[in-house]
Design a protein around this ligand. Sequence first.
Ligand code: UD1
Length: 422
Amino acid sequence: MSYKKKDKFIINGGNKLYGTITVQTSKNATLPIMSASLLTTDIVKIKSCPDILDVQNMIKILKKLGANVKLENCDCIIDSSKLKDICVDYKLCKTMRSSIFLLGSILARCKSASLAMPGGCNIGKRPIDIHINAFKRLGVKVVELNDFIFFNADSAKAGHIRLKIPSVGATENIVQFASTLKGKTEIFNAAREPEVVDLCNFLKKMGAKIYGAGTSKITIFGVDRLKGVEYKPITDRIVMGTLLVATAICGGSIQICGANVNQNKKLIEILSRMGCQINIKNGIINLSRDYSLKSIKTLSTGYYPKFPTDLQSMLLVLSCIVNDITIINEKVFENRFLIVNELKKMGAKIDIINNHTVRVNGVKNLVANKVKALDLRGGASLVLAGLVAKGNTVVENVHLIDRGYCHLEDMLKSLGADIKRI
Ligand code: UD1
């Protein structure tokens, strides 16, 4: 990412989208896999890492811990044989919530770890109590002091953990920690997201003994040692979804290669119901939208395999231009409607019923305005709004979008959108 200082997009809306695009590697799979690379003293090669800010920040964190990290083209080569620190950098922790995943791997490797309360998108309270309680269940000593938390795993023991919510991050943390913890650890109410499964596949390739990934019960038998591997994480279902919704919003016809369609079943079902024509063949997905769209009436997010919260704001934008009322229920995070006030500046009619529910009254056209990204996915959704609005929309703060999208403007430009970074 060489143009971080150009922090705005200018979009001249109205173009339909046409073309073929290959979807990037998943951010939410790559980051925990980078963290898990600390579980071995051998070299790990993570292939086709996405060129996004969160990966760059994770590289900085790993280097500060003492790992030697190189990027060769897009392959990330991590040698953590000389790890020298157990404290995750304060500033980086604050910019990226994924820093929390490092706890499991640093603790497993060094028996102690410390980090600042993690940051990330401003989409809700995002506490870390589930992570902390799970570690405590395994005998890890936890001390909170001011803004820092200190962990010690000298007397940790394998055991049973029941998560009160199927937290993706907590599941990933415990899976990493338990991979080399002597004995049998069971996680009940585990997250089933494809990114959790991918992390487990990576760990299994390293030699971990993990059973049940993708179900609500994951069992891990700790092994003495994990070995270095080469691994290519899965493609990004949220980026794929963003591109599909962009085409549903703008009209046109796109073809996405390299996407795992099964991981976006709910979205595909919804877009079909709304009137998009979707064909899937040999892992290639075609979406065309020629006519006006029908409302889905209500949409609720949920834990996988339910509709992903990370695609909620894109569907919110889509609902803004459908001639009907749509109720959107956000069931995973509170405060995930930061985008609403920005969309209102573009002529959208949305009522916030409460922190979890909005009522969208579709309008004929959105109109261009100057708007600001306030979180990663909401920011990308404002870009989608700009693609269909009449006139020149300016989206500010696009470094938040760069956290997870590999040059979103280039992807959209290649499909015929009129968008540039300024
Ligand atoms: C991950 C994803 C994020 C996605 C989210 C839900 C990454 C890097 N990020 O985030 O893109 O939106 O899953 O699919 O993979 N919670 C607690 N206490 C905790 C942990 C979580 O109350 O200790 C709550 C959260 O506030 C939230 C819910 O549990 O309401 C789910 O959060 P979680 O699954 O942990 O999300 P992340 O792992 O942070």
